[in-house]
Structure formats: C-alpha cells, structure tokens
Design a binder for this molecule. Structure first.
Ligand SMILES: Nc1ncnc2c1ncn2[C@@H]1O[C@H](COP(=O)(O)OP(=O)(O)O)[C@@H](O)[C@H]1O
Ligand SMILES: [Mg+2]
Length: 242
C-alpha cells in the first residue's frame, strides 16, 4: 500500500514575502517537523500572521520556497488554519461542524454522529443547537477548532487563537490545543502571550521585523535566550527593527 500523503515536514527555504517594496518576511529558513507544538512569537507587525499564511499556502513567497512533505503544490492536503476572529456560518453550532465535515468529504450518514463527537471534544455538546453567532467569543473559538478538526488535519495552524479571550476561555482553548497535539496533530501557532507559550510550546521561533532571530526548544529559549533581542523581548522591552 502506498504511504498516505503527508504535509510534513513543512520546509521554508530562504522564503521572502514582499508587499510592493516592503519586505514582510526575509530569508526564512525553517523546518516544521512532527512533534510538540511550534510557537512563533515576536512583536506586533513582525510578520507572524504572514508566516502562517505562507505555511497554509494562502500566500506564495516572493522568492525562495515553501514545501509540504517535499511537494511545492500549495493545495492543502491535511492542514487547517484558524484565525484570531473566526467567521461563523448563520447556522447552529452543530450545523457549522456538519458543514465542515461535508466539505472534508464525510459521508452524509456519518455527519451527525461525527459532529456530535467533535462538539464533545471541544466541550460544546450541550450547545449543539444554539445559533453559532449567539455563542460567546470563547465558545466560538472552540467551535472553530471543532470545524478545523473536522478536516482531520495533520497540521493545525493557529493565529493568536486566544487573543480576544478572557483567561478562563483562554485556558479552555489551550486545553483543546494540548489534546490535539497529544493526539499527534502538529501545531504551528502564533501567540504574544508568553505564559501561553510556556504552557504549550515544544519549540519557539522568534520573529522580529520579518526575520527569524532565534529558534530553540521552549526550555532553552526561556532559560537561555541567545540574542540581545530575545533577551529584551522576554524582559518585556519594546523590540522593533534591528
Ligand atoms: N495586506 C497588507 N497590506 C499592507 N501591509 C500589510 C498587509 N499584511 C501585512 N502587512 C504588514 O506587514 C507586517 C507584518 O504583518 P503581520 O504578518 O500581520 O504581523 P504580526 O502578525 O506579527 O503582527 C506589518 O507591518 C503589517 O502592517
Ligand atoms: Mg498577527
């Protein structure tokens, strides 16, 4: 039997993104391999969201390459992306998940059962029939995670998924992300919440002004940041153009 196609490793080689004359990402060399969550951190405007869009294939590099499992074809095979503010369909919570399942090729006969299972996985089974747009911000983000998981992703890309949430809702979303990672899904996520990075990250990639300044295991990054920029960032200093 042929091995199933894989989107991993995700490899950036000298990847640059320019917007007109403005460089948003410069010479990114990065390998995202199976394992614990990879967290991309850095100040506002560093290029974190742009990096995730590149990783999803929503954006092509201006120069350099991005490959998924050795392929340069950006058509997503087994990856899903979640933005900071999810857009809910004008349907129930269950209807939103059912739609995602059908899009992912789930057989109609299996949709209700699988939607229920996914809503349980994100703690929303009791709200299955509530209009999605009436859910709280945290519930909507959990529903967005259920929709992403409906695609049975190998890589889950998360762009500041808790940026608008209170601490309790944040922890609930982190728990789902942690469980997804434990189930073998590769998490590539941006965050500006260093507490969250400590809780979730296996490795950290530190981006400033479009350049990757430091990549390390989370423990090494927090205990022994190598560059003055990373040291300043961890102290809470303003880190801008280098
Ligand atoms: N579509 C766009 N038009 C103009 N500028 C953009 C656009 N997308 C991103 N940028 C700029 O590119 C830089 C990187 O943005 P972004 O990737 O969103 O950073 P981050 O997510 O780290 O805050 C920022 O200076 C931002 O203003
Ligand atoms: Mg961003």
């Amino acid at each position: 039997m042929r091995a199933p196609v894989s989107d991993l490793p995700l490899v950036f080689s000298k990847a640059c993104v320019n917007l007109g004359a403005t460089p948003l990402l410069r010479d990114i060399d990065l390998v995202i391999a199976p394992g614990a969550p990879s967290l991309v951190i850095g100040p506002n405007g560093a290029g974190k969201s742009t990096l995730l869009r590149l990783a999803m294939g929503l954006l092509a590099p201006t120069s350099g390459t991005v490959t998924w499992g050795g392929s340069r074809d950006p058509a997503p095979r087994r990856r899903a992306i979640l933005f900071q503010r999810p857009v809910m369909l004008r349907r129930s919570a269950q209807g939103n998940v059912a739609y995602a399942l059908l899009q992912a090729g789930c057989a109609r006969a299996d949709v209700v059962g699988r939607a229920h299972h996914l809503l349980e996985r994100v703690g929303l089974a009791a709200l299955a029939h509530r209009p999605a747009r009436h859910l709280s911000g945290g519930e909507q983000q959990r529903l967005a995670l259920a929709r992403a998981l409906a695609r049975d992703p190998e890589i889950l890309l998360l762009d500041e998924p808790t940026a608008n949430l209170d601490p309790a809702a944040t922890r609930a979303v982190e728990a789902i992300i942690g469980e997804a990672a434990a189930s073998g899904i590769k998490i590539l996520m941006t965050s500006h919440d260093l507490g969250q990075v400590r809780r979730l990250a296996g490795e950290v990639h530190f981006l400033v002004a479009g350049r990757l300044r430091e990549s390390a295991s989370a423990a090494a990054f927090f205990d022994h940041p190598q560059s003055p920029l990373a040291q300043a960032f961890l102290r809470g200093d303003i880190v801008a153009e280098a």
